[in-house]
Design a protein around this ligand. Sequence first.
Ligand SMILES: Nc1nc2c(c(=O)[nH]1)N[C@H]1C(S)=C(S)[C@@H](COP(=O)(O)OP(=O)(O)OC[C@H]3O[C@@H](n4cnc5c(=O)[nH]c(N)nc54)[C@H](O)[C@@H]3O)O[C@H]1N2
Ligand SMILES: Nc1nc2c(c(=O)[nH]1)N[C@H]1C(S)=C(S)[C@@H](COP(=O)(O)OP(=O)(O)OC[C@H]3O[C@@H](n4cnc5c(=O)[nH]c(N)nc54)[C@H](O)[C@@H]3O)O[C@H]1N2
Ligand code: SF4
Ligand SMILES: [Mo]
Length: 749
Amino acid sequence: MKTNRREFIKISSMGMGALALATTPVLGWVPGFLKDDYTNPDDSKAKRYANYCEVCFWNCAGWVYTDEKDKIWKIIGNEDDPHSNGRFCPRGTGGVGMYNDNDRLKTPLKRVTDESGKQTFVKISWEEAFDTIAEKMTEIKDNYGSESFALFKHGSSGKHFAQLLKAYGSKNIAAPAYAQCKGPREEAFKVTFGHPLHSPEPLDIRDTKCLVLIGSHLGENMHNGQVQEMSEAIGKGVNIITVDPRFSTVASKSKFWLPIKPATDLALLLAWIHVIINEEIYDQKYVEKYTFGLESLKKHVENYTPEWAAGITTLSAQDIRDTAKEMANASPAVIVHPGRHVTWYGDDTQRLRAVAILNALLGSWGRRGGFFMPEKAKLPKYPEPKAPKPKWSWRDISPGKYPLAGTGVTNLLIDASHPDYEGDHKIKAWFIAGTNLIASIPDIKRTLDALNNQEFVVVVDTMPAEITGYADIVLPECTYLERYDSPRLAQHREPNIALRVPAAEPRFDSKPGWWICKEIATRIGKGDFFDYKDFSEVIDWQLKQVGTSLEEMKKIGVKKLNRKYDDLYFLEDEEIEFHTNTGKIELYSTTMEANGFDPMPKYTAHQESSEGFYRLIYGRTPAHTFSRTTNNPNLTALKAENDLWVNPKVASEWGFKNGQKLWLQNHQGKVSEFPIKIRITERIRWDSVFTAHGFGRTDKRLTRGYGRGISDSEMVSDVKIDKETGSTGMRNNFVTFLTEKPNTAKKES
Ligand SMILES: Nc1nc2c(c(=O)[nH]1)N[C@H]1C(S)=C(S)[C@@H](COP(=O)(O)OP(=O)(O)OC[C@H]3O[C@@H](n4cnc5c(=O)[nH]c(N)nc54)[C@H](O)[C@@H]3O)O[C@H]1N2
Ligand SMILES: Nc1nc2c(c(=O)[nH]1)N[C@H]1C(S)=C(S)[C@@H](COP(=O)(O)OP(=O)(O)OC[C@H]3O[C@@H](n4cnc5c(=O)[nH]c(N)nc54)[C@H](O)[C@@H]3O)O[C@H]1N2
Ligand code: SF4
Ligand SMILES: [Mo]
């Protein structure tokens, strides 16, 4: 039967009443360290377990400690881990709150319509959940083909769900961590240097002499290894150039802060390239030997002078010249940081191409203090049968569009799920594992219309996140602290692996992702893709292939593997072939040209704000990761809500006071669900306002997150798509202030 009404149900409704009763004994348990008479266990007697952090995707390796009741009470970094060097960021330490959060999803739930016709969730057994899912998967496959089942995922357990979909016969898999994050960067670097950057980015920040940060707000963006290396470099006197419309934390540590007009970075980058070429301060030997297209580039940037860029960026031509020289003086020990969340204005691949070109001119790729040569750790694949070959994938949804997209594009899957999609490749059902699409995909209305058009939706999460309210079946996964997952395979100066083992029994009736997938696979006749009793067998088998074992890794947590290629950096006289069409670093991109795109980046202007409207820009706050921590007991204690940075000039024009609460309305009429406190500060330009992502939770079940601050995602309805990769530019929204919430305001249906 087709259920095309999929209204949002707060999990606090009817079904959970019964649940609360069923789980009373567990809910009654209070973590020891929250009691007054509690003393921390003696470290030397406490048990510790190897894990890698899942509070963000830097995935630092650490040790999880349990107390005498076998409850988790502390997480610290592993000294041998190159991602953390033994030190966790506040979020990683606060990961213990993910385990202790009593608002966690506790049992499987099913959407039902009650006698009065109202939809609600009821508690069901795992057996019933699996049987329902298996039955629906079979039905969808028979009716439309297995390709019409899509998976949205993020995080380590996503791998098990990808394996399930592969066994079932669908390659329609995507994560917001690509098209809403680093997609354009990966493809721009790939077409330029023949290599995407992956994570952690191979940046030799420790040894750099000049670090250029465009947006990249390290210190608020808490990617551990980078923040630590930057601190070390600051100690050694690195010169930092920060380009940000906001005086970020790192701007305060910088030699230059360029408070650029937002959306104009490409003009600055082109002017820098102009100066570096015209004044012949590029790395001439390197450019001659390793790059392709210098003469074309020289001609291309002829008119992109600092004076031209000054008029666009509002920076001074002198500052543009001085900063270009600063970089050239440090060359090749200079890094123009490639950024990570780069989906800003819809011409993001071209902006990142300009970043890549600049690095090439400065000779920083493959050089000490620049980019080291990346090499990822590998583990052999656990034996499995041959997977069925899907007849189509996300690439076929809009043929010819976004030819450079390297992995699944979330918004393409949403397009194919939408009632307005007229192509032959319709999506009919969604699996969602570890991603809160309501908070992470812009244009919420479009996502909801696509969701409403689905025949079946399963959400696997640890928390009653907004997305769970739209599911037919909700499955509670246990946290990363309570389960096995595949070892972390990382690239670093030395490729390395890190182990994850459970430190405690799963709380409530939550279960590990691998087990969930294995049970579903068995019921759809694909159990042979999960040919083990316990996932630890797979890990042990894989580790033994590379000369270690589960037993050894439990003691050490992290192991460095030998580099296949000896050198971290290449020497000036070395012959290097890059994986591009010309075998060179492409200043002039033949791949871009072959796909009908500008082979060298051109400046295009973006929409400007109108009277009374300000560009909404957003970023990170040190104690939180997206929406995954905004209900965490430990981390909300550090920061409970976001605020809105407003320039004093604007505040005085509107007559606002510091701390006053306001609603926002964007230029398309969208009004924020909740109000936000304003923070009046010189640290933001007058034409923009800034807030931290991840707040303004709308599910009442989130006792600490509900209604605290606003969701930036709610305000992002105007989306500019990057032609090359299909990624969504999300900083094209302008907001004005409302002192009251209007009844007539347009609301998301
Ligand atoms: N604490 C914490 N750290 C995190 C995360 C987290 O959730 N919490 N998430 C991690 C992830 S997945 C990612 S992708 C990264 C993202 O972190 P980054 O890659 O550093 O993100 P950006 O969008 O580059 O940086 C946001 C900054 O860009 C500035 N900005 C806004 N508009 C413009 C503009 O037009 N031009 C310029 N030059 N600057 C602009 C903002 O003022 C803000 O300071 O953070 C990672 N680290
Ligand atoms: N407006 C706006 N949108 C953004 C961004 C922004 O700054 N502003 N940032 C963008 C960026 S850079 C990124 S990378 C994406 C990230 O977007 P997402 O992938 O959606 O974010 P996550 O925080 O990884 O996923 C959140 C969900 O995972 C659940 N979860 C946590 N741990 C587990 C687990 O172990 N298992 C399961 N099954 N679920 C778990 C959480 O409870 C939460 O519901 O968002 C992008 N979208
Ligand atoms: S940077 Fe912090 S949150 Fe991210 S993995 Fe490392 S410790 Fe965890
Ligand atoms: Mo990201």
